[in-house]
Design a binder for this molecule. Sequence first.
Ligand code: C2E
Ligand code: CA
Ligand code: CA
Length: 636
Amino acid sequence: MGKQLYFDNYSPVGDIVVIAICFVMVVLVSTSYVNKTKNFKLFLNMVFYLVLASISDILHHDLYTRVTDGNYNVIYVVRVFYHAFLFSILLLYIVYIVEMQQLEVHKRIPVMTVASLIYFTVLITDIVMTIRGTNFRLNKNGVAVSGMNIFLIGYLAFLVEIIYLMVRYRDRIYKKAMSGFYGTMMISFVILYLQGRHGQSSFTVASFLFPIIAMLYIVHSTPYDVELGAINVMAMKDLVKYYYDKKKEFLFMSLYLPDFDADGKVIPSDLQATIRRFAGEYFKQSVLFQISNGHVILIAPKSLNPDHENRLNKILNSFEIEYNKFRFDYKVIIGESIEEIGKKNEYISFIQNIHRNMEINSVYMVSFDDVSSFNRYEQVFEALEDIFKKHDLDDERVLAYCQPVFNIKTGKYDTAEALMRLKLPDIGMVFPDQFIPIAEEHGFIHVLTEIILKKTCDEISRLITDGYDVNRISVNVSVLELRDEEFIHDIDRIIDDSRIPNEKVAIEITESQNDSDFLLMKNKIEELKNRGIKLYLDDFGTGYSNMERIMELPFDIIKFDRSLVIASDTDERSEKMVGSLASMFTELNFSVLYEGVENDLDEKRCINMSASYLQGYKYSRPIPINELNRFFSKAC
Ligand code: C2E
Ligand code: CA
Ligand code: CA
């Protein structure tokens, strides 16, 4: 003890540089995009404490040169603050790591207890020893005499805990990010060591800076996700371009988890760890990309993985084991680079298009047919976009077809359902299953409805003028459209413009499972109803049905889906069940329409099951709407 410490060994340059770098970091983060996470706030706090530590370091050395009366108390106080700031950084560093590793609460508690104990013990000891004069002090001649080096003890204690955390839970963070932290911490130790060897003290605060710079770079501004180890979409486009330009072939594997693919959702951390492991373990030089919250794609060069079929089998086997553990819905797509897709750099939409058509919880191997169906998809998409932009209600690419509906009471055809088709220059006729989902996904659906409604109204008007007995024609509307403020107004305007009574038009809506949609639906349906427009509940019996809610909505007609017509044919029990559902609706003043009546037996059964209307191939396939007059009869 009592070794002399010369303030001459200090120069403020180290601290000034730290302050300057802190400002640079703050400027950088405030001018670039960063996720404002909890960790980001921790990071900013650490930068703040770094600045305070540097200032107090400079200050307490500066004060020393100014003291002339031998009263050094103020220096001691500043020095304690200086230590407190540095320890606060170490404490925050631990919080930061714990947060990044997403430790569970029961693991967090001991870690944070130990850290707080170190923090308070060291600080209190520092203060007490300073007061009692057993700590660092300055003698009458102004020569520094260091007591027990409590700062070093505290520093080492924190270090032990940090290293323990980083080793014990190393799997929680993507390996490359981890190496970044290890590397910068090593640099800090080297600096502290060299500074000690040269009897220097100017770079203590600077040594705290490096891990914090690493945080800024690794966590808050790079495109990769530290937990998943995935890079973003832009980076994937770059890599695909690189492979394409170099004519290198690659393999890709796509994992889509629909449960997590929404704003604000994240893949749970244990599943992230599994994905991270999968991404690194099976293919050489593979890179993982995060496309959206629930979608990742792994890309690996073919040349470095000549035995890829083997590897693929292994990864699929392990995948099966993991699936049995996690049981989250998935879609997996596997393929090799395709020149045509690479050229346009469109792997993501290519894969998304396959998602649309593949079954849930299945693995799909890409084939060449997928390229032609993707090209078709693109043409459909472009046409839809163009139809949307032009907003021409007479657009010739949108065809109104229709299916006449048989009215049991009158024994005639006096209603019909309008059904949409697209007719596109290069690909010809496109059916609803190939374009309605795309139109819904991209917000083009409402324009299509407007066009069909306009064409339907025109036809109704023509039939009426020609003296036909038209009860009404129904048009399908997507639930998504109801969210549009202008919806009612648009429908109103189109019917008004065609000068037909509102009662001649009906709207078919499919039940939604969503609570907020239900309220919305209720409001809109009531508004339409008040205008005299009839309402049909479409596809009753497909999946989920909430009877209580259906009763709350003022539908005129319940359309029993074809699946119920089929089910009622399997045995007597099922027929009874469908029949009693139908008679219950009838008693409550709803009319029942059976869809998909294909033959005489279907017809007979449906009539026995309280049908009011029948629709299906038995009567007619969908026909162009202007041929409807073949079915309707003239009013007498
Ligand atoms: P949906 O509303 O349930 O329409 C009935 C579908 O069943 C039609 O298919 C029709 O052709 C088919 N169908 C009719 N009778 C029979 C039968 O006896 N047996 C069988 N197996 N099928 C029969 P389509 O025209 O391909 O339409 C498919 C779906 O596309 C429609 O189902 C509807 O959800 C949607 N869709 C069609 N047009 C429009 C539209 O203008 N707007 C909206 N939003 N959706 C539409
Ligand atoms: Ca329908
Ligand atoms: Ca239907």
